[in-house]
Design a protein around this ligand. Sequence first.
Ligand SMILES: NC(=O)c1ccc[n+]([C@@H]2O[C@H](COP(=O)([O-])OP(=O)(O)OC[C@H]3O[C@@H](n4cnc5c(N)ncnc54)[C@H](O)[C@@H]3O)[C@@H](O)[C@H]2O)c1
Length: 309
Amino acid sequence: MKNKKVIVTGGLGFIGSHIVERLNEDNEVLIVDDQSSGKIENIKHLDFTKIDTTLGDITAINLEEIFDGCDYVFHQAAKTSVPESIEDPLSTNEVNITGTLRVLEAAKNVDVKKVVFASSSAVYGDSKSLPLSEDLPVRPLSPYAATKAADELYCNVYSEIYELPTVALRYFNVFGPRQDPNSQYAAVIPNFIDKLLKNENPVIYGDGEQSRDFVSVKRVVDANILAAESKETGTFNIGLGKSTTVNQLYETINDVLQKDIESIYKNERPGDIKHSVADISKAEAIGFKPGFDFKEDLNETIQWFMNKK
Ligand SMILES: NC(=O)c1ccc[n+]([C@@H]2O[C@H](COP(=O)([O-])OP(=O)(O)OC[C@H]3O[C@@H](n4cnc5c(N)ncnc54)[C@H](O)[C@@H]3O)[C@@H](O)[C@H]2O)c1
């Protein structure tokens, strides 16, 4: 993508900052973020002459004014914590559904070329029909997942009746540099790396034989750009198409870091699903090709965390 004007909502967050980083060189990028979990630090290494940042809440600010004249909107801003959504469904609903609806409405009103929306594999709940494909019925098991499923429906409605092209990308378990290992609900990969680098014992919940489809943030950025540029609309899984157990992941990180630290096994967390893996064949329509090297991507992430120390 070159010489475009793009909006990245949630551009100070983990995934959003990687989209900003990739598009920064050849495009004009405008970030909309309220800094509720994102940080300016995530983009401090970039060329600020081509980045504009609006610090504001997508549920409150005038998005039309900001989106006017832009080509694409990459909508990443959301309340992302499942436990928080269970505690306080109304505020997750407000940001994730009302906020997304405001993004779609503004994009429609100023004729944005396309909106790419960050959905989640959480919409599948604990479906046992693996690999998970987009034609399965959605079965959200948390308010967070329910908001993502509702957002997908709104994206479709805007494509169908208002002729605003939209794509919803169902990200699986994304990992990569800048993912926060200290947040209360840290993802497993930065958590393991962080603990092992401090020579502490990481915790594995359950027997560690649960598996996930871990996909590098680099591939997620690829998918966003491909989705924006393709003619397709609709919903697409974005994962590696392969699963890794938590025990396998732990061993690999231990090996790469040349550590021999035991993990501590604790009781399975209520609501944790056993297995998840994406069928990524539909995403080939937007040009997203399988065949990434998980270990290479993981190595890169481990190196980043090591250099940060
Ligand atoms: N990380 C994953 O594995 C994963 C998996 C599936 C889906 N997703 C989705 O991808 C998107 C990005 O996730 P992430 O992991 O980068 O999370 P993140 O918390 O790092 O990023 C979210 C960003 O949105 C901003 N934000 C939140 N509420 C806002 C509001 N009201 N107004 C403006 N900005 C607001 C935050 O400050 C933050 O910068 C989210 O929509 C999330 O649901 C992530």
